[in-house]
Design a protein around this ligand. Structure first.
Ligand code: ADP
Ligand code: MG
Length: 253
């Protein structure tokens, strides 16, 4: 098996509060990992440490065997220059709760921006790829629309297409449906299910237990900055060993 993401001993504190208390995590090629847990348990911080939007206080993250944010120089780990970190981050697709589309660009413009600016992909090739991705997320007819003309579900599907355009090694989702009206959740989950079925490596922070049960190869439950339970979705969701995990799941199931 090939570990796409490997995190070892990740610790992070904010103003004396320990938010991540030593997280170890591995995600294999093509695996879908769902992270569940109460609000404030450190899920977003963990994703932000994985893509180095936050630097862990302790511990390291490897993406496809390459340590993120650091390089080895004379046997010492040194922080990478910002530009090199950005290049590494561009291999991690991130989809947030809020869509963060560029409001002053069309849907197509949003999708081709990264590949053209960061990767130097020619406009024609980037555009062709963008049309393929829009078809994948079911929005072929919206290429020339402005973000302001889209529903929340459509915006989130564009955000997914935009992340995929960078051909990421792994897709990180942070509660991608939490900000959506209930009737729009399904269309976004359907796209994510499709991605999972095509072998995309995914880490998904979600409160959608049904999605986790159906799609996740493995589920992690975080409580107070620790992984309290990990295993196949069925095992974790139906028969968790940890008492606090049971309490949490009994509230959300
Ligand atoms: P979750 O995503 O599970 O809801 P978070 O990772 O967002 O949890 O937050 C975990 C804890 O860390 C919370 O108590 C939150 O207030 C705190 N926290 C997160 N980011 C910051 C930050 N940049 N500065 C200070 N505290 C933060
Ligand atoms: Mg969060």
């Amino acid at each position: 098996m090939t570990a796409i993401v490997r995190a070892v001993g990740i610790r992070k504190e904010f103003g004396g509060q320990e938010v991540l208390k030593g997280i170890d995590l591995e995600v294999q090629l093509g695996e879908v990992l769902c992270i569940l847990g109460p609000s404030g348990s450190g899920k977003s911080t963990l994703l932000r440490c994985i893509n180095h939007l936050e630097t862990p206080d302790k511990g390291y993250v490897w993406i496809k065997g390459q340590i993120i944010g650091f390089e080895l120089k004379n046997n010492m780990l040194c922080e990478l220059p910002v530009k090199a970190v950005r290049a590494q981050q561009s291999r991690l697709g991130m989809v947030f709760q809020h869509f963060n589309l560029f409001a002053h660009r069309t849907v197509l413009g949003n999708i081709i921006e990264g590949p053209m600016q960061v990767r130097g992909v020619p406009r024609a090739a980037a555009t062709q790829k963008a049309h393929e991705l829009l078809e994948l997320v079911g929005l072929s007819e919206k290429a020339e629309a402005w973000p302001g003309e889209l529903s929340g579900g459509q915006k989130q599907r564009v955000a997914i297409a935009r992340a995929l355009a960078m051909e990421p090694s792994v897709m990180l989702f942070d509660e991608p449906t939490s900000a959506l009206d209930p009737e729009l959740v399904g269309e976004v989950l359907a796209v994510m299910k499709h991605l999972a079925s095509t072998g995309t490596t995914m880490i998904v922070v979600t409160h959608e237990i049904g999605f986790a049960r159906e799609v996740a190869d493995r589920v992690i439950v975080m409580i107070d900055g620790e992984i309290r339970e990990t295993g196949p979705a069925d095992t974790v969701l139906t028969n968790p060993k940890d008492l606090r995990v049971r309490t949490f799941l009994s509230r959300v199931l």
